[in-house]
Design a protein around this ligand. Structure first.
Ligand code: CMP
Length: 144
């Protein structure tokens, strides 16, 4: 099924110049970029985005980190893209993520794990709506 997912290069990934590498991986895989922007997340948006983690001991750290510098927010479209993107990102903890995945290749710690991706169709819809206005999402038919 063709679906959309929300993918975000976190502040560590942006500062380490990994945006191009990550976009490249998704493009080469065959997914379609339908929305993208470099943005600064506000405290309010961070707390909303990570609402499900608000009781966790690391919540404050998570909010501080995600608001510490620009992120690159994207919406990717394609067949089974939600699950595929999670496979391409690797496990949440980079030290457990397989080589060949973004986190396995470039990350070391769970807090600074470079990339975020929606974990279900419900969270994809919620996160896309949280970060993008509908007029920021484009559509086109790839010819190749
Ligand atoms: P993400 O997929 O963006 O969703 C929640 C984030 O919480 C996760 O990536 C990790 O970066 C972060 N996280 C998970 N466990 C910890 C932890 N023990 N300490 C700090 N951050 C964590």
């Amino acid at each position: 099924m063709v679906e959309k997912t929300f993918i975000m290069v976190k502040p560590d990934g942006v500062q380490r110049n990994l945006v191009g590498e990550i976009v490249n991986r998704f493009e080469k895989k065959g997914f379609t970029l339908v929305g993208a922007k470099l943005m600064q997340i506000t405290d309010e948006l961070a707390k909303e985005h990570y609402g499900e983690h608000k009781e966790r001991p690391f919540f404050g750290e998570l909010v501080d980190f995600i608001t510490s510098g620009p992120v690159f927010a994207m919406v990717w479209e394609g067949e089974n893209v939600i699950t595929s993107a999670r496979e391409m990102m690797g496990k949440t903890n980079p030290s457990e993520a397989a080589l060949g995945t973004v986190r396995g290749d470039y990350g070391v710690t769970v807090g600074k794990n470079i990339i975020h991706g929606s974990d279900s169709p419900e969270s994809a819809e919620r996160e896309i709506n949280l970060f993008f206005h509908s007029n920021e999402l484009l559509s086109y038919n790839k010819q190749v």
